[in-house]
Design a binder for this molecule. Structure first.
Ligand code: AHM
Ligand code: MG
Length: 364
């Protein structure tokens, strides 16, 4: 192995630009610029998360958000950072944040063609203990001829053009899909750049870990209880699964994508619609898990001829490594009616999630 420093590093911007160049003159570069703004917000939030204890950012801001939850100082700060940066990018039309009751409609001067739905700082209950937290985001292109209305974001997750999260842990990791696989980038703090460190992340077809808040077991519906029992008390001499639960969706999903297994936050007898928010938590994570591709990508594939075409097609199909479901339906097919609505979430390795789905089918 060479001890020479790498003189050809791939930054997130370079990586996204490469996609843009591939598309040729039809690509406006707007998505690249929007993703640059999102990167900047992640760097800014990462800096504040690191300094939180030192600059008195730990604790409550004294406000309550739309979900009736107390807002932490870092929640509020992260939300302001994102709103300001996304508006200033000139690339957005509608913004939806977990921290704001209403959607934000961008003024004409700054208006662009994208809508961003986001949870600026997810897993806030972990902030004060210094445990991993993260930003989750999903991006829609506005509908043709729209100037940016609520209808541009009340759309199924399958219509997103990009989604990702940044996890603030021992390092800041940004994981992104623009519909062509999932890539992970690690923030090099000295350079101030996200560097490609996890190219083409694949979810293993089966894992050995389940990630649920089992403290809610007394409320769980029967399919979930039976499924979890099947993992803990397996038959046929199989080994039981390991339990891992951080309580930060970003961290729990990140581990699930890298190691495989299943993450779940089901609806139950107490939380009738589940806890996690559809638009800015479930959709982006489901999109990443499934690595959904839009029609344009498939069109690109068909433009190539012969054997290459078949190989590429197989590659795209094989790449859809994970499943994201409510238990009974595909999450990305849900049509939201409210920007803050919740939904039941199970996602991860396809064989593991398929096992869970069988328990729901038996129930039906
Ligand atoms: P938040 O948006 O208020 O931070 O809540 C979302 C978080 C998720 O990150 C995590 O998966 C879940 O809530 C944990 O909930 P619980 O503490 O009930 O296990
Ligand atoms: Mg959240």
């Amino acid at each position: 192995m060479s001890d020479q420093p790498n003189t050809n590093i791939i930054t997130l911007t370079r990586h996204v630009l490469a996609d843009q160049f591939e598309l040729g003159p039809v690509a406006s570069g707007d998505l690249t610029l929007l993703l640059t703004a999102i990167q900047t917000t992640s760097k800014f939030i990462a800096t504040n998360v690191r300094k939180a204890r030192l600059i008195n950012l730990i604790g409550l801001a004294g406000e309550t958000n739309i979900q009736g939850e107390e807002q932490k100082k870092l929640d509020v700060l992260s939300n302001d950072i994102m709103i300001n940066s996304l508006r200033a990018s000139g690339k957005t039309a509608v913004l939806v944040s977990e921290e704001l009751d209403e959607a934000v409609f961008i003024d004409e001067k700054h208006r662009g063609k994208y809508c961003v739905v986001f949870d600026p700082l997810d897993g806030s209950s972990n902030i004060d203990a210094g445990v991993n937290i993260g930003t989750i985001f999903g991006i829609y292109h506005i509908r043709p001829d729209s100037k940016g209305t609520l209808q541009d974001v009340l759309r199924p997750g399958s219509e997103m053009v990009a989604a990702g999260y940044t996890m603030y842990g021992s390092s800041a990791n940004l994981v992104l899909t623009t519909g062509k696989g999932v890539n992970g980038y690690t923030l090099d703090a000295a350079l101030g750049e996200f560097i490609l460190t996890h190219p083409n992340i694949r979810v293993p077809p089966r894992g050995k870990i389940y990630s649920f808040n089992e403290g809610n077991s007394m409320y769980f519906h029967e399919p979930v209880t039976k499924y979890l029992n099947s993992l803990k008390y397996p038959s046929n001499g199989k080994l039981p699964y390991s339990a891992r639960y951080i309580g930060s969706m970003v961290a729990d999903v990140h581990r699930t994508l890298l190691y495989g297994g299943i993450f779940g936050y089901p609806d139950d007898k107490k939380s009738k619609n589940g806890k996690l928010r559809l638009l800015y938590e479930a959709f982006p994570m489901a999109f990443l898990t499934e690595q959904v591709r839009d029609l344009e990508v498939l069109n690109d594939v068909w433009k190539v001829t012969g054997l290459t075409c078949i190989c590429l097609f197989i590659w795209f199909v094989v790449q859809a490594g994970g499943i994201a479901t409510t238990g009974t339906k595909r999450i990305l097919d849900i049509v939201p009616t409210d920007i803050h609505q919740r939904c039941s979430v199970f996602l991860g390795s396809k064989d593991d999630v398929a096992d869970l789905q069988k328990f729901y089918q038996q129930e039906a």
